[in-house]
Design a protein around this ligand. Sequence first.
Ligand code: S3P
Length: 433
Amino acid sequence: MDNILETKKLINGLKGEITIPPDKSISHRALIFGALTNSKIKIKNLSKGEDCISTLKILEKLGVEYEFISEHDLILNSSKGLSAKEKVILNCNNSGTSARLLAGLFSRCDFSCVLIGDDSLSKRPMKRIIAPLELMGAKIKSNDNNLPLEIEGTKLKAITYHSPISSAQVKSALILAGLGIDEPTRIYEKTLSRNHSEIMLSYLGADIKIGQDDKGHFVEVKKTKLIPKDIEIAGDISSAAFFMVAAAIVPNSDITIKNVGINPTRTGILDVFKQAEIDFSIINERLVSSELVADIRVKYTKNIKPFEIKGDLIPRLIDEIPILAILAAKAQGISTVSDAQDLRNKESDRIKTIVEALSFLGINIKEKPDGFNIKGCDEINKTAILETHLDHRLAMSFYVLSMINNQAMKIKGFDCINTSFPEFLKLIKELKS
Ligand code: S3P
């Protein structure tokens, strides 16, 4: 993957309308919860990024059948349930969501499996799911809390778990484990992380309780029969984010992004846009399979105000921090990111990799253990070869940065965008013409 993309400044701005590809988080959940309906359902607008295809292929190996009836729509047939005759090796490739969610589910299934992944995923921490799953009685052998995970499915017991981190992957892993237990499993988190699992389970008629008390936000699940229903997936705000920031910083831009999921647990970027006084509007709000969806219009904004990202905002924009760092580079003052230490555990150590790249371009950025401070500048005027570290969100953020760099740039390993957003360059082209 040593491919290099050459990019240069965008002169005329981005204009027009695009429809953003399907949400990755919701796509994983549609496949996994869909596979638990033991029926045939239709999933409309599934992400075909490599990560979601990894989840689909794993389910296929366990007996789930599927057929694409159009580019993004498929019929998922799980009427035979999930099974494996002998210990089966299941490849999550680059997908942390596949590994963590499926570890929760497979811990309570009646087969054994080994979850493996690529080099990057094999370095990402799994203790966050192994520890609570072991409290439930799960039998998991790991490579010092990393992949491969050898899971021997067993009968689990219900627990109440206070998650030390607000992570939707941890929460969803435990929800998937708890869905196989007669007694209720309750998961607490201090700050609410994305709640697509909860919304989809309610949509599929599950016995699920959601609430908040003095210990934090909780979700409670127990063994339940899911009602087979077709699921439609909204567009991905994390993918839209690259276009939103590009339109805000590239002069003469005015774009509308259609069909974007605006679930409040994902819209931290809109809060930042308000702080930065970006010219944007939300139109045509509606519900799609119980998820809130809208169109987002963003216009070039000359005077971008500096902003502060910390605390409760972090889980609501965790994946958008790389592209928001690019917005900060154009703000009139110092923007700060704090409380985001988990960025060091993503597809790359995103604090380190962002600081390295922006410093290299002469942007004033200061690393902190839990984030960084960025001083915005009027002009970026330096040629560079930037390393993606095979991190798709860095690759696309650097591409947006190149649109405002007076000098041409090179991005090394750009193909890694295929893990989440294979259509990225095609959509950029549509907005240029
Ligand atoms: C995801 C949750 C987030 C996010 C990831 C997708 C999910 O991770 O960064 O891209 O689909 O549950 P954490 O739960 O680890 O914060």
